[in-house]
Design a protein around this ligand. Structure first.
Ligand code: AMP
Ligand code: MN
Ligand code: MN
Ligand code: MN
Length: 294
């Protein structure tokens, strides 16, 4: 597993190359993050972040607390959310940024996905039982509490019950996309979500393009479709992306005349996640950015 220490030692992260202190992708306890929005904004402040987005999975319920905390630290909070969708049978994450919190089109999309999450959790519990595990539905719901339930909550319960050694093993053995089978296909189509959300003035960002299990050829097709459907930008650099991936994405942003966003995808201080405000450097002079006017 790559740790934050390894990343820093490999020298991929070079703060001095960043023009502004920004991070437009992060998670809190309102989905599968480890920190409350308040604690997350404190950490962002320690990293001298100026512009920040909380992008919990399929919920904007943490934005009120985040906004209050951002005020305390003099950070400009840009509204954000990470939406689960499906493209050609592959789960794809869409980050929406800079929207109005009472946008009814967005609220409908989130409401639908929240219902899917609960229904999917029931099915995940059944799938795990078929593989010989006990019924973990109630425990996972309890672990999630008022957060949006996801696979990480099942993973944590499995660790607590000594069914697996760690969260990574839980994904490897039981919860990863390959293991989920048809439960991958529960999300709404990327095309339909983008058709509902475009034209409302928000940024529609393809999250962590290099993290999907697809070839570069297929990624190019995804980005082509994404732009046709109304997507406006993609994350040119996400967490510890390889420098060559960032170069590829810079080229695709230019080719499609779309904009760049960036983010750490921070979930917590421990584990494989990048620290708040950390991502592989990119060439800001080459490309347009979502934050240029913020
Ligand atoms: P879900 O939203 O239920 O589809 O769960 C996806 C989330 O699981 C991602 O946003 C990550 O936070 C987490 N995740 C995915 N793969 C792994 C992994 N191999 N180890 C730990 N967490 C993971
Ligand atoms: Mn997550
Ligand atoms: Mn994601
Ligand atoms: Mn994320």
């Amino acid at each position: 597993m790559i740790t934050i220490k390894d990343i820093n030692e490999q020298g991929r992260i070079n703060d001095s190359q960043l023009h502004r202190r920004i991070d437009f992708h992060s998670h809190s306890t309102f989905s599968d993050g480890a920190l409350t929005p308040k604690a997350l904004l404190s950490l962002a402040s320690e990293q001298n972040i100026e512009l920040f987005s909380l992008t919990d999975h399929d919920t904007i319920a943490g934005l009120g607390e985040a906004r209050e905390a951002a005020k305390v630290h003099n950070i400009k909070l840009v509204t954000g959310v990470e939406i689960s969708t499906l493209w050609k049978g592959i789960p794809i994450h869409l980050v929406a940024l800079n929207f109005s919190e009472d946008n009814s089109a967005l609220l409908e999309v989130l409401d639908a996905n929240q219902k899917i999450r609960i229904d999917r959790a029931k099915k995940i519990a059944l799938l795990l039982m078929k593989q010989g595990l006990p019924d973990l539905f109630d425990n996972a719901m309890q672990e999630a509490g008022t957060s949006q339930i996801g696979r990480p909550h099942f993973a944590r319960v499995m660790v607590d019950q000594n069914l697996v050694k760690d969260v990574n093993k839980a994904f490897d053995r039981y919860l990863g996309n390959k293991r989920l089978g048809q439960l991958r296909d529960v999300w709404p189509d990327l095309e339909s979500v983008l058709s509902v959300l475009n034209g409302h003035g928000m940024e529609l960002v393809l999250a962590h393009p290099k993290r999907y299990p697809i070839t570069v050829t297929k990624l190019k097709k995804l980005i082509f479709d994404f732009v046709q459907y109304g997507g406006t930008s993609l994350e040119v650099s996400s967490g510890n992306d390889k420098p060559e991936s960032v170069r590829l994405l810079e080229g695709l942003i230019k080719e499609h005349k779309i904009k760049a966003s960036v983010g750490s995808d921070f979930h917590g201080p421990y584990g494989p996640w990048c620290q708040v405000g950390k991502f592989t450097p990119f060439d800001e002079a080459r490309i347009g950015t979502v934050w240029q006017d913020w």
